[in-house]
Write a protein that binds this ligand. Sequence first.
Ligand SMILES: Cc1ncc(COP(=O)(O)O)c(C=O)c1O
Length: 347
Amino acid sequence: MRKLIGGQMGFINKDNKKFNLLKKQQIFCNGRSALYAILKKIKNKINRVYVPTYLCKSILQPIKEIGLNYKFYKIKNNFNYNLPIKKNSAVIFLNYFGNINKRYKFLKNNYKKNIFYIKDCTHDIFNKYHNINNFNKREIYKFASIRKYMPFSLGAITNLKSLKLNAPNKEEIKIFNRSYKNLFIRGKYFSYPLKTIDNSLEKKMLTEQSNFKIFENKNILNSRLPKHIERKLVKYNLKKNLKKRLDNYLFLKKELNCKINIISKTSSFPLYLTILLNQNNKKILKFLHKHRVFACNLWKLPKEVSKKKYKESHNLSKRLISLPVDHRYKKEDIKFMASILHKALKI
Ligand SMILES: Cc1ncc(COP(=O)(O)O)c(C=O)c1O
């Protein structure tokens, strides 16, 4: 049986070679904690946060946790939007699948006082234009959940400066260690063809997976990562794996039928290859999963985004599929993924 494609990455010791991406940034445990820190810093200067109607639900968590007033701005079919600009507010931008939005550039060039621009760079963190190191005078805050690019369940960065995070307490260290341990078992599990996996490994993996949920449910942690985990993250050989990611993306793009509408961009190292279907993605995803290709729907919109009022965003959510292209896959895996997708779409 062939190996699984997709799913959370695991960690294997040999991955751990030197590449120092993170030394300058504040390292948070996840994207929502990084956003939480930004919002906490500006909360006394704003009356409201504007959030896009196309978003993953974790963006709302820190806003709610702090108790900030928020309002949606509408994301249309092509990821464009009209943005109401009111003074004393913060606006969160997402750069969907590497699509740089012209209006965002416009806003950036027309900086107004008391409006705080917060850019979620998760989808294009390696794009020069949005480079996390380019913190500028215009009060643009940036953050990215980088854990999605690596076999780590922890890791996000911001351009916040001189922020003092608490050292993790005992309970938090326990959670961090748990989630860190989880990576190894996951790494082992996902790196073998399934037939070589014995029951005990499967059992261990499932137990770890449910323990890991403890961490996931904790969501926002307002503390530093423990040093030993931070060190591993900083040393991780991201560069090599990013190159493989881009190669896989380009290869998959070549393998896909030209009738498929690819909307993710290669201006950075794409997180996924994302396509926009002419039909609902539910059946297609089911078909892919049946063949052990774990493509995903980014995102199923949170209930706060009204289905009636924001039809265009829901329409996007129902039609997008994101295919994994990370370093775990060889050409044969990519070819297989393309062939299964063609079968599912009957093209
Ligand atoms: C674009 C984007 N930003 C932020 C987040 C939140 O990151 P984290 O899960 O690390 O909190 C996600 C999560 O899926 C995301 O997709």
